[in-house]
Design a protein around this ligand. Structure first.
Ligand code: EAX
Length: 330
């Protein structure tokens, strides 16, 4: 065989082999999509999603490729995960109680003393028991993540005491526990998805809203709200929720890989909340917000006493107390 034919044959074989490799790796590669409601570049959910992506892609040797997308309707994302058109969502617990009622116990105002209490209790057996309720509802509660302690903003006036909240139209999440709290305080709770919040504030449909500092900063809510009061009235957990159709296809080894990536994501998410909490209030002042920092928490707690009594009756009182009374092992 002459030289030219030998070279052509070698080239053909090499091209074929490369094509096989590419087809093989493409066939073996699986796309995973994670959606969350905030800007990925500079938010606590984005930090969690990015860390999850990097960990899973590395641990799987590229078999899994993670795409991160923004979707600011949390209820819609949970529905998509439930029917299997979305693999994972990182969402606040806001609407989750409408799918998994037990989650509502974690949404009770003034339940958690501080971040260490909330993180420890949710990562402990009692928090895992709540995650174990998800499969019966057609969802996989992968891991607790974090949104943060929620604070009140409004466009009308400084809020120093519970009485100052009376009469304010306050957007709440689609969360009955939060709505009960604001109506008990004499506000007019107006539930809506996060996607509707900024337009509602711009049009004056509502006077105020409440969200953690990281959410207020990442979404420039200061542009449509003048007053911020550090009420810290409720800790807002977040969750990474997975699709049972995807989760059911994973081997035990792959599940372990996904769980490790979720833990890495959770830690990055929480670290970003801690960082934003430290710098966020000064940043919001710099952007022109009037910030009330000293709040008499006991006053707000006593103003919510009737709501607490109803929570203990309507929710799982035992679960509520186990979360509230949780303490780190000595
Ligand atoms: O999860 O809807 C809300 O106020 C949530 O805190 C926000 O979407 C981040």
């Amino acid at each position: 065989m002459n030289m030219l034919r030998r070279q052509a044959l070698a080239l053909g074989l090499a091209t074929g082999f490369t094509a096989l490799l590419a087809a093989g790796s493409a066939r073996a590669q699986t796309e995973i999509t994670v959606q969350h409601p905030l800007p990925t570049a500079n938010s606590h959910y984005g930090a969690g999603a990015m860390a999850f992506k990097e960990s899973l892609e590395k641990a799987s040797g590229g078999k899994y490729r993670v795409t991160i997308q923004r979707n600011d309707n949390e209820r819609e994302m949970i529905e998509s995960v439930q029917i299997g058109t979305l693999d994972f969502t990182i969402t606040s617990t806001g609407p989750v109680g409408n799918f998994v009622p037990e989650v509502r116990t974690a949404d009770v105002p003034f339940l958690f003393r501080d971040y260490a209490h909330a993180r420890g209790a949710l990562d402990s057996a009692v928090g895992q028991e709540i995650l174990a309720k998800f499969p019966a509802r057609g969802l996989v509660g992968v891991i607790w993540m974090e949104n943060g302690f929620r604070h009140l903003t409004n466009s009308r006036r400084e809020v120093n005491t519970p009485a100052d909240i009376r009469g304010l139209k306050v957007r709440t999440m689609e969360n009955q526990v939060h709505m009960r709290a604001f109506s008990t305080l004499g506000a007019l709770p107006t539930p809506m998805a996060f996607s509707e919040l900024i337009p509602a504030l711009q049009q004056g449909t509502v006077d105020g809203q409440e969200n953690p500092i990281p959410v207020i900063v990442a979404n420039n809510i200061n542009q449509v709200q003048k007053y911020l009061t550090l009420t810290g009235h409720v800790y807002s957990p977040a969750l990474m929720i997975g699709s049972p159709s995807l989760w059911g296809r994973l081997s035990a080894a792959e599940k372990a890989m996904f769980m490790e990536a979720a833990r890495v994501g959770r830690d990055a998410n929480r670290a970003k909340v801690t960082a934003d909490e430290q710098s966020g209030v000064d940043e919001l002042r710099r952007r022109g917000m009037t910030v009330v920092t000293s709040v008499d928490t006991a006053q707000f707690q006593s103003a919510l006493a009737t709501a607490f009594a109803q929570y203990e009756k309507e929710l799982d009182g035992k679960l509520l107390n186990r979360l509230r009374d949780w303490k780190p092992a000595q």
